[in-house]
Design a protein around this ligand. Sequence first.
Ligand code: P6P
Length: 339
Amino acid sequence: MLHATKVTTLERFILDQEREYPEATGELTNLLYDIALAAKIIAAQIRRAGLVQILGDAGAVNVQGESQQKLDIFANETMKHALNRTGRVCAMASEEDEELIPIPGDVEPGRYTVLFDPLDGSSNIDVNAAVGTIFSVYSRISTGGQGTLEDVLQPGHRQVAAGYVIYGSSVMMVYSAGHGVHGFTLEPTIGEFLLSNPQMQMPRTAKYYSVNESNFQRWSKGIQAAVRGFKGEDPERMKAKNSRYIGSLVADFHRNLIKGGIFLYPGDNRNPNGKLRLLYECSPMAYLAEQAGGAATDGVNRILELQPSALHQRVPLVIGCAEDVRFVQESLKTHGNTL
Ligand code: P6P
């Protein structure tokens, strides 16, 4: 039974945060609502996916050369329409759009840029596995008019907010604006995100390791040694961890955030920079990981310090409990990181 006095909506929580942290402005608050609205619309469409025959490839192919599911397109258009006429955004970037996304000419560009993967893990839709939306928010650098590449190609430590929505057994929005990580669960009967996981903290060590082991033969010796360590090759050094891999970054990250885990998408001798994109997958997840007491590297370097050079550039990712991220760094030092 819902009691208005007992629930904290996303709106009330953000307004309380705004009061507590004077540097937070109403604009960023409203931007997070805009994203929450898009999430509710996407969630509703995903729930209906099996019924309205929008499963299956839309025939188009995205900039990554991956076939676009109709829900990919829907989620992308929903995110763009929720943001582009608010006057809060000067430019956007999306996994589904090759170029920077401008703001309509009749709208005064705002002070933020938003980068997003509108439907990450979409290949899992047809098998009803969890998928997600990932978002990253920066303050613009350029001084007015349409946003430019300079406004989006920023290192992750300059993010003012980041988060994801996971469309799973329930729909959750997890975000940080620099003061901890907070999780909200969608209460569908009232269409509100309610605070369910305040101040989320990653456990100190990982219970799970999460990696696509079919790539094992193509990894560097250092990554191979680290994964053997996670499997308990040297129990004196590290007990064996459970293996869990959903193949959806948001779902794998969300489990690791709550239960404690380490996720790896390393480079290999076929794709030296791995598969995941720096700007709208690795940087926002790294921001959350650090805010929750975890860590994120490309194996060696802190993700949040990488200077992006292109919208869709890929980087290797090692993210999760800080102790285990350090273990991978040590393994690369000891065994080498050449592919
Ligand atoms: P693989 C989904 O396509 C995605 O971009 C991430 O969500 C996920 O972590 C990764 O790719 C899975 O890739 O090669 O293991 O199927």
